[in-house]
Write a protein that binds this ligand. Structure first.
Ligand code: NI
Ligand code: MN
Length: 222
């Protein structure tokens, strides 16, 4: 599969004929235009606008379902999007593999204050490999459970601090998840979440994991 960083916490995953977006907040990305992409699914970790992003428009224009926690999905449906309501703890099958909504330790509401259900991290099994997008979260011992039950090839972890775990806690998260490779996310988009990737890179190497620091629109194959 191909994993492309679209900036902030947004990713594009391509597997077989499927294009999957996660948390498509695309405003900071001047190069990527979803109109020119053949999007099959949109996954959203929680209701905050820097994660919901362009999901509603993408769903309407591309006829791609939004998959998120039940309350988030219902809200998207009310706005005219196609949506599938999920919740924590169950595997859901898709033509490209299967997906599990995992706990995130954060909050979740829409810009108008509507409750968006609990926030989530998203674990995907694609082409026999497990990849984990943490969404926005504090460091939480839930990662020990996820790491014990899953062999995680790639994790996408926030490192920006202030609203989420910072770089040092993301290193501990990597250890607990037993993730082999980690892409840092949710940093340097705004002043409040400035982060130094050097600290993260060095710490991660000490844990025996491979840091994958991606520029906007950079893509890796895993
Ligand atoms: Ni958030
Ligand atoms: Mn956020």
């Amino acid at each position: 599969m191909k994993v492309r960083y679209l900036g902030h916490s947004a990713f594009r995953i391509e597997t077989g004929g499927n294009v999957i977006l996660i948390d498509p907040f695309l405003a900071p990305n001047k190069e990527y235009n979803f109109q020119n992409d053949n999007i099959s699914y949109v996954f959203v970790t929680h209701g905050h606008s820097d994660h919901l992003g362009s999901s509603i428009d993408i769903s309407k224009i591309k006829s791609a379902p939004i998959i998120g926690v039940f309350e988030l999905a219902n809200y998207c449906t009310q706005l005219g999007a196609k949506a599938i309501g999920a919740n924590l703890g169950g595997w859901i099958n898709f033509p490209f593999g299967r997906v599990y909504f995992a706990p995130a330790f954060h909050s979740s509401s829409f810009a108008d204050g509507t409750y968006a259900g609990c926030p989530a991290g998203i674990l995907m099994e694609i082409e026999g490999k497990k990849i984990f997008h943490a969404g926005d979260s504090a460091l939480t011992q839930e990662y020990k459970t996820l790491g014990e039950l899953n062999e995680i090839e790639l994790a996408m972890l926030p490192i920006g601090g202030f609203y989420t775990m910072g770089a040092l806690d993301a290193i501990v998260a990597t250890r607990w998840l037993c993730a082999k490779q980690v892409i840092p996310m949710h940093y340097n988009t705004f002043d409040l979440i400035k982060a130094d990737t050097k600290t993260f890179e060095e710490g991660l190497k000490k844990e025996g994991a491979t840091p994958r620091i991606l520029a906007y629109n950079e893509e890796i194959e895993i």
